[in-house]
Design a protein around this ligand. Sequence first.
Ligand code: PLP
Length: 400
Amino acid sequence: MQNYIDEAEKVLLHTYNRYQVVFDKGEGVYLYDIDGKRYLDFVSGIAVFALGYHNKEYNDALKAQIDKIIHTSNYYYNLPAIEAAGKIREISGMDRVFFTNSGAEAIEGAIKTARKYAYLKDGRTDHEIIAMEHSFHGRTMGALSVTGNSHYREAFEPMIGHIRFAKLNDFDSVMAQVTEKTCAILFETVQGEGGIYPATEEFMQKVRRLCDERDILMILDEIQCGMGRTGTMFAWQRYGIKPDVMASAKALGCGVPVGAFMMTEKVGENSLAAGDHGTTYGGNPLACAAVCKVIELFEKQKVLDNVKEVGGYLGECLERLAEEFGCIKAHRGVGMMQGLVFDRPVGDIITRAMEKGLVLINAGTDIIRFVPPLVITRENVDAMITILRESITDAVFGES
Ligand SMILES: *Cc1c(COP(=O)(O)O)cnc(C)c1O
C-alpha cells in the first residue's frame, strides 16, 4: 500500500493531507483497502453514499444506462433528466430543477438566480447576499465568497463582492446586515463543516417571514444535510417552512457526480432564462439515471424510517459517550448527521480508529463528525461505539 501512496504523492496535487489508506471496494457499510482489510464506514464519502456500497439495484440501473447512452447535450431532452427532475419535485416541493455536477456549482447557480431575480426587479447590479459565519458552500469563487471561514478564502481574494455575514441562529445579526440591496439570505439548514449546527426553528421562521416581507430569496444549502440525512428528505421539511431556492448534491446521486439547484415557480419565472446559465455535463443521462434510482430506493428501502430509528439510537449512544469522557465537551446533531466536540484536536483519535477498522471524519480540528450510510443498523452503531471508545481511551490515556 505504501508504494501506491508514495506514487500518489508524486502525481496528485497536494491539496489534501490524506489518511494513509488506499480503498479498493465497498460492500454495504464496509470499505476494503487494497490489502483486503475491512473497515466499518461512518463517513460514506462525506455524506454521499447513503445507500451503502455495492447496492445491486443501483449498480444495475447505472450499467443499463451506460449501455444506452451516457451523455448528450443540454440542447436536447433526455428521459432520465425529465424523470429525475419530476422525482425531485415530488420529494422537495420545489417546481424547477437545474442539474449541476457538484455542490459548489449548485451554489453558484443559486447565487446567479438571486442576482438575476433582483436585477429583473430594479435593473441594479449592486445587490447583496447575506451568508453565515462558519458556513461552508464549496471551493469555487462564488461558493467560496459566501463561505464564512476566512481560512478558506484569504489567499484567493478578492471574492465576488457584496456578501455580508451574519450568525446562524442569531436573527438580530441577520437584521443588522439587511439593507435595501439585500437579494438573498443563504445558509445551510444544518451547518456541516462548520461543526454540525442545526438551524433553530425560530431562526428559520423569522428568516422566512423577513424574506416574505421584503421579497428577499431564502436559499438553503441542503448539500450535506439533505437527502434524508436528518430524517426528512430535506432538513428544512422539519420546520414548517419552504425556501425559495435550494441546493442539493452529495447523496443526490450516491456517488455519481451530480448536484442540483431548485426553485419555486415564482423564482423560476423571474430569474434565469434561456442563455443565462448552462453546463456541458450537468444532468446528463448517466447522472440522472443515478438520481432516479436513488430516490426510488430511498422509498423502497424506507431509508427515512431507518434514519429516524437508528439515527435516534446513534444520538443516544453518542450522548452517553459524551457523559463518559471528560474530553468530550458537547454532542450535537440530528438524525445521521451528528458530531462530538472534543477539548483537543481529533486527528489522533481518528487515526487510531482507522487502525482498528473504523472510518471517521472530522469537522474542523476538534469535532468528530458522524455521517454514515443511511442504511446502518443498531449493531453497526454498537460496533462503531466500541472502537471509538477504545480509540479515545488510547489517544487520551496514552496506550498505543
Ligand atoms: C460538500 C458541500 C458543498 C460543496 O459540494 P461539492 O460537491 O464538494 O462542490 C457545499 N455545501 C455544503 C453544505 C457541503 O457540505
